[in-house]
Design a protein around this ligand. Sequence first.
Ligand SMILES: O=C(O)[C@H](O)[C@@H](O)[C@H](O)[C@H](O)COP(=O)(O)O
Length: 249
Amino acid sequence: MSPGAETVPHPDKATLAAESAERALAVLAEAQEERGEATVVLTGGSMGAAVLAALGASPRRAEVDWSRVNVWWSDERFVAEDSPERNCVQAVEALGGALTLNPDRVHYMGDAGEFATAEDAALDYRRELAAAADAEQRTEAFPVFDLSLLGLGPDGHVASLFPGLPHVHDPEATVVAVHGSPKPPPDRISMTLPLVNAARRVWFLVAGADKAEAVAAVRAGAPLERTPGAGVRGTEETLLLVTQDCLPG
Ligand SMILES: O=C(O)[C@H](O)[C@@H](O)[C@H](O)[C@H](O)COP(=O)(O)O
């Protein structure tokens, strides 16, 4: 297992989404009590969207002041701005207007209309992160991340860090362009593992028996070349929030 990672089983996908949303609300509310704002990093995929839908539907959502929540993405598909393939478009749809976010605090990754290449978009996001870090008077090149939500692919990928592709080990760049993704679309932008791991809490959200092998590889600490997710570890907490069928019977 990634050192310190704790596995929390749930009976089914709906329970996983609902309980993860409640956990997230508690973390964001606590961060706002501590420093007046909260910062969450979102990901793509069906479980990420399911948790956002559950957040929007939670009766406790008013415990968080959504106008003081900063939103970032750990990865994005490099396609047109309004493409339904965009992770942020799927996130907005999942939330269904239930949360009133401050648009100035929502940091979308660049799209293929705005930037000629995914490399340009990645550079732009690095600059945006650095500007947010400056505003928080941090020495690091990124702001405080209270919580990062991640999916896990059946091949062990997290964000857009896929087995065998470069950057899984990249200790320098914080955000990179990814080409040749085995999960469509092929061109993407992704945070690297060091930046994913800069979050105080990192939670995997994983449902379905087809993820059992990947979950086992993460728990066993498999080599990163094979299972990028095995390199994930938050600075304070790493949770594998899973459905029961992801675990050995
Ligand atoms: O852009 C993406 O597709 C992702 O960010 C990716 O890392 C996703 O989170 C996993 O593939 C899990 O996706 P599911 O939850 O749909 O299985």
